[in-house]
Write a protein that binds this ligand. Structure first.
Ligand SMILES: O=C(O)CCC(=O)C(=O)O
Ligand SMILES: [Fe+2]
Length: 222
């Protein structure tokens, strides 16, 4: 999983805040499928909304395009339009896995993403808790931060005890389907980045980039 600090800039957050204030929120369990419906208790902006959602989506499109960390980690092929959710006092989303296909037309959900639109001081409880191979991690990230995690992982949102928690969530089909392949490519990319920073002409930086590119060609498109 990956924490991206400050995916959104302060002026983008300000605009999103004002758009959210104008929007009507509906019962969020309507957009959950099967088992998730029973454990989902939050509010969401209507998917059919033609006013607010497209404007917020445009901000996210640009922010994701401009984030090297997001691009390197997720290698997106397709991204589901963002859902805007609000958790008020007592609301929560119990342990669940996300559907393997989402969106219209459906895409394969390799990665899930939460963008935090409320700062950690705006609510108590409400942590995004993810059960990864190394154990459980609870995220309560800064306003404008994002967390991206593989859809293989069970996760939940703890009950909000005070205040309110606004987030935007989406799902990504990666160019690289396999979670282990993605991790190797991400690690190689990080090492290449630091070698390149030390010396852009270092032959080993080129060799590493060559190995990364060749692996990406080998593993992409699955
Ligand atoms: O609110 C969140 O951070 C995650 C929500 C979630 O798990 C979902 O919508 O499937
Ligand atoms: Fe989920």
């Amino acid at each position: 999983m990956l924490h991206i600090p400050q995916l959104l800039k302060p002026d983008e957050l300000e605009l999103i805040d004002s758009l959210l204030n104008e929007s009507a929120f509906l019962d969020g369990s309507k957009t959950a499928s099967m088992a998730a419906k029973a454990v989902k208790n939050n509010l969401q902006i209507d998917r059919q909304d033609q006013d607010t959602l497209p404007r917020i989506q445009a901000i996210f499109d640009e922010a994701l395009r401009a984030s090297p960390l997001f691009q390197i980690y997720s290698m997106p092929a397709q991204i589901v339009p963002f859902l805007l959710s609000k958790y008020e006092i007592g609301m929560a989303y119990g342990w669940h896995v996300d559907s393997p296909f989402m969106g219209q037309p459906p895409i394969r959900t390799d990665l899930a993403m939460t963008v935090f639109l409320s700062g950690p001081d705006a609510y108590e409880g409400g942590e995004l808790v993810i059960q990864g191979p190394q154990g459980v991690t609870a995220f309560k990230a800064g306003k404008g931060d994002a967390v991206v995690y593989p859809c293989q992982y069970l996760h939940c949102v703890n009950p909000v005890l005070s205040g309110q928690r606004c987030v935007a969530v989406s799902w990504i089909q990666s160019q690289v389907k396999d979670i282990g392949h993605r991790q190797i490519l991400f690690d190689l990319n990080q090492v290449h980045g630091s070698l390149y920073q030390r010396d852009p002409n270092a032959p080993e930086a080129n060799l590493l980039l060559q190995a990364h590119s060749n692996l990406l060609r080998m593993w992409a498109g699955s």
